[in-house]
Design a protein around this ligand. Structure first.
Ligand code: SAM
Length: 284
């Protein structure tokens, strides 16, 4: 008997992976957490049936969510990760010896438990002494924080369920207040391709642009997300991800990456015309 994991990318498009076995399945007060072992993408983590992380392509997502900010501001000492329960974002941050504090705020303990048990490749550095794990709502955690973090990375699910608040104006304003003067906000910003994802991307972009003096978007290709084209937001109080990049300085760190490099750092901000127009006009 064949077992398949299927995600509906739209109501008319399905994405399926053939499964060897299911490794984990638990339901928290927030969401259903599953881990499967698949033939083509290795171990995968899903939440409420939606693809979160795969062993084969997670390097793309975690390289691009971390190294663009780290290469733009080489003086980052304190980081806040909101979401990121699989541990991949923290894993990449811990590769910078000059980072002194990494706070990770994950609402659902089960995601960390499942990742520690079955996704060692992403969760392996969660026990780094600089990492402080908080099992709380990230929306509430940032309330009242003032100039505490040099980078905030919102490694969230989509804007549904517990993730919805992480796409709100109030949350972005609280992130702005919690960032230091050279602070950078990186957020999971959905995708420009399918209607639902594009509308969410535009909504997030319009809110962030009203709060941050600099708000840009960068792209990367990841096979297991809907359409394969996914975006991150880069917002700051002044630092520009391309003009302020000191590529030589980052390259001298000799951090070995599989997707990120300082050329793709620059290239990722060169958006296709349809995406640029969507962002400029605020329409899909
Ligand atoms: N790479 C994935 C993606 O792009 O969809 C996301 C990775 S990570 C698994 C997303 C995490 O966000 C989940 O573990 C989820 O529990 C967490 N999360 C959702 N809403 C949250 C909230 N309000 N506060 C903190 N964590 C939250």
């Amino acid at each position: 008997m064949e077992l398949w994991y299927t995600e509906n990318h739209t109501k008319n498009i399905r994405f399926s992976l053939k499964v060897k076995e299911q490794l984990y399945s638990q339901e928290s007060e927030f969401q259903k957490v599953d881990v499967f072992d698949t033939y083509e993408f290795g171990r995968i983590l899903t939440i409420d049936g939606l693809m979160m992380v795969t062993q084969k392509d997670e390097f793309i997502y975690h390289d691009m969510i971390v190294h663009v900010a780290m290469a733009t501001n080489p003086n980052i000492k304190s980081a806040l990760v909101i979401g990121g329960g699989d541990g991949g974002t923290v894993r990449e941050l811990t590769r910078y010896s000059f980072i002194e504090k990494i706070d990770m705020v994950e609402i659902d303990k089960l995601v960390v438990e499942a990742s520690k048990e079955h996704l060692e490749f992403t969760s392996k550095n969660l026990d780094d002494p600089r990492v402080n794990l908080y099992f709380e709502d990230g929306v509430k955690f940032v309330e009242g924080k003032k100039q505490e973090y040099d980078v905030i990375i919102v490694d969230s699910t989509d804007p549904v369920g517990p993730g919805e608040g992480l796409f709100s104006t109030e949350f972005y304003q609280n992130c702005y207040d919690a960032l230091t003067k050279n602070g950078i906000l990186i957020n999971q910003k959905e995708s420009p391709f399918y209607a639902r994802d594009a509308k969410e991307m535009i909504r997030a972009d319009q809110k962030i642009k009203k709060i941050f003096p600099l708000a840009m978007t960068y792209q990367y290709s990841i096979p297991t997300y809907p359409s394969g084209l996914w975006l991150f937001g880069f917002a700051s109080k002044g630092l520009h991800p391309v003009k302020d990049l000191d590529a030589d300085k980052w390259n001298q760190l000799e951090i070995k990456t599989k997707y990120y490099n300082t050329d793709i750092h620059v290239g990722a901000f060169a958006l296709p015309t349809y995406v640029r127009e969507m962002i400029e006009n605020g329409t899909y």
